[in-house]
Design a protein around this ligand. Sequence first.
Ligand SMILES: Nc1ncnc2c1ncn2[C@@H]1O[C@H](COP(=O)(O)OP(=O)(O)OP(=O)(O)O)[C@@H](O)[C@H]1O
Ligand SMILES: [Mg+2]
Length: 243
Amino acid sequence: MSQKTIHSTIHVDTLNSGYVNSHILFDVDFDAKEKEITVVVGPNGSGKSTLLKSIFGLCTVYSGEISYNGEKITGLAPHKVARKKIAYLPQMNNVFSNLTIKENLIMASYTLNSKLVSQRIPEIFETFPILKEFEKSKSNTLSGGERQMLAMGMALIRQPNVMLFDEPTASLSPKLANEVLSKIKQLRDDFGITIILVEQNVKRALALGDFVYLFANGKGVFKGKPDELLNHPELGKLYLGIS
Ligand SMILES: Nc1ncnc2c1ncn2[C@@H]1O[C@H](COP(=O)(O)OP(=O)(O)OP(=O)(O)O)[C@@H](O)[C@H]1O
Ligand SMILES: [Mg+2]
């Protein structure tokens, strides 16, 4: 599948956001560069998911700005953000479990014309051969890793420029987690997609990330290259259990 991406950079400037009256993120600055994987790590409740949800228009923004390729998207409704070719993959409930794999892909591409859909489904199967194998099976028969591949396929069929992943490897075995992460790497390397990856598997995520942010208590407490975080004398130990 070929894909043209020009800038696809997400820029977050002094963001204060949360859920109606619950202020969760405080003065967050964040950048995801074009065609890079930007990893977000941090303890439970530190605000990682809230950052993704804020970008995708699912949170209340009190102040600050979010932009995409220089265009302000702060406070835009989720369907409008999606139309700008930003895909959000929440951790849970990301496929229709009573539909087959193929029906899920068709469902995900309802905004595309049918000619495009019939052209792109084989491309998705090429990227995720496992989906082709189970094409006619209900998606509730898939393993956790396969379901995650389906969710990725459903996002990819709309040819996004940016993909926001919220813990795509949660509750997967180490082997499946590695498969999912190597697919994410492929999305960057082969399709030039800009990726924001929230991950609990810190070491694995840092191995493929280009840049990393560490969150704690709703604030960014570190940003830099993965190596810098891994070799930091205190932060890894303090927040991430890296010794
Ligand atoms: N819908 C909501 N309404 C109010 N508060 C919420 C809501 N969702 C999350 N929060 C709160 O926001 C804070 C940050 O949550 P968030 O889900 O962003 O953390 P996280 O870093 O993704 O954690 P985890 O690693 O457990 O997924 C938590 O204190 C949480 O209780
Ligand atoms: Mg979360």
